[in-house]
Design a protein around this ligand. Structure first.
Ligand code: TXA
Ligand code: MG
Length: 322
């Protein structure tokens, strides 16, 4: 049976027990809802992959309440320390080398020598994480390939019969996933644009960040020889077809606007505010899907700041479906 929890301390305690006992718990972060399991428990992680229908070669982000809790598992370089000091807790994930004696299950890394780690800013998430002995692996709480959930109802509609609990905390403040940077090699690589702008990272590091190469299959690969995990091109897909950079809706399309455009059924941000647009993005795509819309045309969105993450998600939503 699935249990629903509030953000009261007693409820968070009971929810934490689900993870400690090897179960699957959906919980809020400032980016999107995550589906958490004990990152050191391979059986729990196997259940997590199964619940999401996620390919085993797509590794997971490991969440903790403090740097100290992560230092037992991954190696922090100088750059990593700089970014941690500056941006944690917050919407930043760093891919770092695994330590040899880490107790993290190899399943969180899908066989890679690295692990992705993050300290979320959400107060509820941090209360939950601080009650647990081990870090928590948490992908977004959706079925693999579907839109990320930014509200409890999104989680329930896809996963209610596959998870043991959900902490309900309303809408996520940021609304797009964390920015992922790999620091396993000389040059930092931006693996995923997200809730923290690339320019903020470059400014803090005092150097440019490389972008991953993309091969013909639409599978991005970073500088490591093997294709990086999980960044399949068609992802974040609503059921409706999606057309980008639309000046207006064509016949049969519904317009998702940005800024002062006319004829939009929904508008990501009337004032052209990218923060507001990011936090509305998945919720509005979910809403249009729920309305049974067949085709969505989206207004142009500038590429600066959070626009890089918004456009990345929209390009994936518009990509040919597998
Ligand atoms: O905002 C977020 O990051 C949310 C919340 C719940 O924290 N989580 C999230 O997880 O978006 P997920 O599983 O949907 O996306 C994780 C991404 C995947 O694209 C995966 O390939 C990448 O992180 N990743 C994880 N570990 C990696 C590693 N060792 N090397 C390269 N990429 C990694
Ligand atoms: Mg995801």
């Amino acid at each position: 049976m699935m249990q629903i929890f509030s953000t009261e301390q007693e409820d968070i305690k009971a929810a934490a027990k689900i993870i400690a006992d090897g179960g699957l718990l959906a919980f809020p972060t400032e980016t999107v809802y995550g589906l958490g399991a004990n990152a050191c428990d391979s059986d729990a992680l196997a259940r997590l992959y199964a619940a999401k229908g996620r390919p085993r070669f797509n590794p997971l982000i490991v969440h903790a309440a403090s740097i100290e809790a992560l230092e037992a598992h991954v190696a922090f370089s100088e750059d990593a320390k700089t970014l941690a000091d500056r941006f944690w807790p917050g919407p930043l994930t760093m891919v770092l080398p695994r330590l040899e004696d880490t107790r993290l299950s190899p399943l969180v890394s899908a066989g890679l020598p690295s692990a992705a780690v993050r300290i979320p800013a959400s107060e509820t998430a941090r209360k939950l994480l601080s009650l647990l002995k081990d870090p928590v692996a948490a992908p977004s709480a959706n079925r693999s390939g579907q839109l990320s959930p930014t509200m409890p109802a999104h989680v329930l509609s896809e996963l209610h019969d596959k998870i043991h609990g959900l902490i309900e905390a309303g809408s996520c403040a940021i609304g797009v996933e964390s920015t992922i940077i790999s620091l396993t090699e000389e040059t930092p690589v931006l693996l995923r644009a997200g809730g923290l702008a690339r320019s903020a990272l470059e400014e803090a590091l005092g150097k440019e960040i490389a972008s991953p190469h993309q091969n013909m299959d639409g599978v991005e690969s970073n500088t490591e020889a093997r294709p990086a995990p999980g960044l399949l091109q068609s992802h974040y897909a609503p059921r409706a077809l999606v057309r980008l950079n639309a000046k207006a809706a064509q016949e049969g399309e519904t317009l998702l606007g940005f800024g002062e455009v006319s004829g939009a059924s929904l508008n990501l941000s009337l004032n052209g505010d990218l923060l507001e647009a990011a936090s509305n993005l998945f919720a509005m795509l979910h809403e249009l899907d729920a309305l049974g819309v067949g085709a969505i045309a989206v207004s142009p969105i500038p590429e600066n700041g959070l626009g890089e993450a918004i456009n990345d998600r929209l390009r994936r939503a518009a990509a040919p479906r597998p």
